[in-house]
Write a protein that binds this ligand. Structure first.
Ligand code: HEM
Length: 202
């Protein structure tokens, strides 16, 4: 029996409501029998193979590229040679040579302590974000094909965070700074593999 695409999504518990299903279809997130569909009014067989695209790895990749660019700022401003403590930046979470509102001004591109502060915090955000990805990938059997690649990204992310902390503590000593730079290339490669695997299925 054939049914409307939006109805099928709700019936298969892939969307909470018809309006949510319609929004997902219009956003190009839904594929039926391997083909992305754009019209929610079209009808398909009730036993069609429906898949929802999983966009989070692509968002993670975009944040990673931003973080690597921030790393270049940290390195270029020699910002790794100040505030050589972790998790705090000397006595505080926020560097004491700046004020919070500076984060929203152009000073942010030229103040080493602020650049370091942002680089540290983007790394924490990436960790939390990737934990969410891992949780979804391991909870959802439809995404089982991503599990191995996701674990690799997670391990390289942890390694990269660890190397970043060592780089800070040792005042950007060349060995740790180079390992940290190399780590970002490995992490980027692992993330690209994850994104590639995700896009092939969907
Ligand atoms: C996902 C996490 C991270 C990524 C992808 C990343 C990436 C990078 C990259 C690519 C560079 C070098 C840029 C260049 O030399 O052109 C860099 C520099 C640096 N990063 Fe990170 N980083 C991460 C996390 C961290 C963390 C958590 C810390 C410290 C708590 C940190 C501290 C530093 C420091 C101090 C430098 C400057 C090293 C130097 O002067 O050569 N990074 N980062």
């Amino acid at each position: 029996m054939k049914k409307r695409a939006d109805l099928l999504l709700v019936e298969q518990n892939l969307a909470e409501s018809i309006s949510k299903a319609q929004a997902m279809i219009m956003a190009g997130q839904v594929s039926i029998e391997g083909k992305i569909i754009k019209k929610y009014g079209e009808t398909y067989s009730s036993d069609s193979n429906i898949k929802i695209s999983f966009y989070l790895p692509v968002i993670f990749l975009i944040i990673l590229i931003l973080q690597i660019s921030l790393g270049a700022f940290v390195s270029g401003l020699d910002a790794g040679q100040i505030y050589r403590t972790w998790p705090l930046m000397n006595q505080g979470y926020f560097p004491n040579d700046s004020i919070f509102s500076d984060l929203f001004s152009l000073k942010v591109f030229e103040t080493p302590s602020l650049v370091q502060f942002i680089h540290r915090n983007v790394a924490y955000i990436m960790l939390v974000f990737f934990l969410v990805i891992l949780f979804i990938v391991f909870k959802n059997d439809d995404l089982a094909y991503l599990r191995k690649s996701a674990i690799w990204v997670f391990l390289f992310l942890l390694l990269q965070l660890f190397l970043g902390i060592l780089t800070i503590i040792f005042g950007a000593q060349i060995f740790f700074a180079s390992m940290h730079q190399l780590g970002s290339i490995i992490l980027l490669t692992a993330t690209l593999i994850l994104v590639f695997k995700n896009s092939r299925i969907n």
